[in-house]
Design a protein around this ligand. Structure first.
Ligand SMILES: C[S@@+](CC[C@H](N)C(=O)[O-])C[C@H]1O[C@@H](n2cnc3c(N)ncnc32)[C@H](O)[C@@H]1O
Length: 339
């Protein structure tokens, strides 16, 4: 078999690995290893799983290097506990559940999605509500989505808050903030700036609970709204951010969003969008290109764009001095001013 053929087979069989790790997280197998090594028998007794099937899973987890084996004992290395054990802050089980519940069934219909140039929510779930209406129907699903996105966003937020001087602004509005990771990081670093979030009504109660639990309930204002219908806060914010949301919507809806933000902003205000754009020659990056397929099967026309397309959209909406702000981390910051 040639190297490229091997790579193709590897891509095709990749779902074996996806489902092995999401099943292990779903069954909370790793939680039993928090304090001690386990044998198949001890784990089967604690987890109430049939030993023969459990052993197959454990062998696969060793082969995939999540667990180690020493004699009859299976061991979870310390460095894996942080993201595999369910009470740890970096737990990836949120993402696992989102994959199992939504992404995997939607991606099963990818070829139809391409043939029809359309989402596959009806084919996968018999559900024709919008992506966010469907996703936010159930509180557990809201938590899965927002928790893992908050973790995905962290490296970008670390770079953004270390490089950008938020103190030169009076009021900061984060539209579609999710779990509020960015305003929380800004609050920790910049004491004087007023902070607010505008989120969809269905995402609000989860967000309020999370902010309250972490002690930010009074520091960060949460305003229910919808940037597509133009329901934005009355207060004027001289800094507005929109993170990883343009790509959830079609080219046309992205223009509506940008026009609405431009209208709502005061003269002198600055707008920043963080996205993960395609290369200008449409050669990748791989993750963004796959994310664009993910948007195809899940959302109503959501699509990834390249840098020049984002810049043009900003300019068409009326923003001036549109440029890219260099920050460390995985996202690209598009900046525009209202003059
Ligand atoms: C993909 S998440 C991004 C979360 C976070 N901003 C980030 O950068 O990781 C998109 C967020 O936008 C919110 N959202 C989607 N449509 C919206 C709309 N029309 N108005 C306001 N918020 C919206 C969703 O509830 C969700 O929290």
């Amino acid at each position: 078999m040639s190297k490229t053929m091997e790579q193709t087979v590897d891509h095709m069989m990749g779902f074996f690995k996806t489902k092995t790790i999401t099943a292990a997280l779903d069954l909370k197998i790793f939680d039993y290893f928090n304090d001690q090594a386990q044998t198949v028998e001890s784990l089967a007794t604690k987890s109430l799983l049939p030993p023969a099937a459990l052993e197959r899973l454990l062998i696969a987890l060793v082969a995939m290097e999540y667990l180690k084996k020493d004699g009859e004992n299976y061991i979870l290395p310390q460095e894996h506990k942080d993201f595999l054990v369910s009470d740890k802050p970096q737990w990836l089980g949120w993402l696992g559940r989102h994959i199992d519940t939504f992404l995997y069934p939607l991606w099963s219909n990818l070829s139809s999605g391409i043939q029809q140039d359309s989402h596959q929510r009806v084919a996968a779930f018999g559900d024709n509500r919008s992506w966010f209406d469907m996703l936010y129907h159930n509180l557990d699903d809201v938590a899965d989505f927002q928790e893992f996105l908050g973790k995905f966003a962290q490296p970008f937020i670390d770079g953004f808050t270390s490089e950008y001087d938020f103190s030169k602004h009076k009021r900061f509005l984060d539209i579609g903030s999710g779990i509020g990771t960015l305003p929380i990081a800004v609050a920790d670093k910049f004491t004087d700036i007023e902070l607010a979030i505008c989120e969809l009504p269905q995402a609000k109660s989860f967000l309020l609970d999370k902010l309250g639990e972490q002690g930010y309930g009074n520091r960060i204002d949460v305003i229910e709204g919808n940037v597509i219908t133009g329901e934005l806060p009355d207060i004027e914010y001289d800094l507005v951010h929109l993170g990883w949301m343009l790509h959830d919507y079609s080219h046309e809806t992205q223009m509506v969003i940008l026009n609405n933000i431009f209208q709502a902003m005061p003269v002198g205000g600055r707008f920043i969008a963080s996205e993960t754009p395609l290369n200008d020659d449409n050669t990748g990056p791989e993750f963004t290109s796959l994310l664009s397929l993910n948007m195809l099967v899940s959302t109503d026309g959501g699509i990834e764009s390249d840098i020049k397309t984002y810049i043009k959209r900003f300019e068409d909406a009326g923003f001036s001095n549109v440029r890219i702000l260099d920050i460390p981390g995985p996202r690209t910051l598009f900046v525009g001013e209202k003059i």
